[in-house]
Design a protein around this ligand. Structure first.
Ligand code: DGL
Length: 268
């Protein structure tokens, strides 16, 4: 059995943890939400890289066999440094622009992500590998993460802001939308309300967890146990609200896991 660290700027990575619990429920998890510092997406590259490295080092020091950087922004800005300084497998998340380009019928793809992700070299390098006949409408989702962090994924204020952000994507006639931030799968209902059922939504959690599974197989820390593992939720802001958000946002049945929530003190 493995101990897996999952890190995000806040509650967004719960969308990845949810998928991990679906595919790999037998392992133990530490979910680390840096909600005191969310949103990362509007911070400088240096700050994001430094903070992400500190938090991943912390997870490694707790004995994690693998770490999922369940944040597109931290992956874009820091995954290279994290991989260079930590020896356990580090799995990152990236906006699914490649599968989106493959699935789009009209070659018009919307990409909703944070400003930092869209500006990053990593994202732009990936974009440059894709066919030029596919048009990508890139939109920064400014203001959405704080609303999701405060439990407002479904309310009117969020719907209004989201409508504004989705307008250029809708006007361009995109038939596919990349959810390029791990917080955004929690807007699925609101997006469907605004864009309807026909648009294809691309979320990479499934591929990320399959990659995690392969890494665990390489490490030979697979488990055939039917028992569900333990989950420790760590928040730099408020552990009780993290646990409540996890129960509310995730589809996994947390009662089948031994769950604990703690505050994350100052770490350097
Ligand atoms: N969940 C994040 C991502 O995937 C970070 C959002 C933020 O803190 O701005 O990009």
């Amino acid at each position: 059995m493995a101990l897996i660290g999952v890190f995000d700027s806040g509650v967004g990575g719960l969308s990845v943890l949810d998928e991990a619990l679906r595919q790999l429920p037998q392992h133990d998890y530490i979910y680390l939400a840096d909600s005191a510092n969310a949103p990362y997406g509007e911070k400088s590259s240096d700050w994001i890289a430094r903070r992400s490295l500190v938090l991943c080092n912390y997870l490694a020091s707790k004995g994690c066999n693998a770490i999922v950087v369940a944040c597109n922004t931290a992956t874009a800005e820091a995954i290279k440094q994290i991989r260079e300084s930590i020896s356990v497998p580090i799995i990152g998340v990236e906006p699914g622009i490649k599968p989106a380009a493959m699935q789009s019928q009209n070659n018009i793809v919307g990409v909703l992500a944070t400003e930092a992700t869209l500006k990053s070299d990593k994202f732009n390098a990936l974009l440059n590998t894709l066919p030029v006949d596919c048009q990508f409408i890139k939109q920064a989702g400014a203001g959405l993460v704080p609303l999701i962090e405060s439990g407002k994924a479904d309310n009117e204020e969020t719907l209004e802001l989201l409508a504004k952000h989705l307008e250029p994507i809708q006007d361009a006639g995109a038939d596919t939308l990349v959810l390029g931030c791990t917080h955004y799968p929690f807007l699925r209902k609101a997006i469907r309300k605004l864009l309807g059922e026909s648009i294809t939504l691309i979320d990479t959690s499934d591929a990320v967890v399959r990659q995690l599974k392969r890494q665990l197989e390489n490490l030979k820390v697979t488990s055939s146990s039917n028992e569900h593992g333990a989950i420790l939720f760590l928040s730099s802001k408020n552990e009780e609200s993290l646990l409540l958000m996890a129960q509310d946002l995730m589809s996994a049945d947390l009662t089948s896991h031994a769950v604990e929530a703690r505050i994350l003190g100052e770490i350097r």
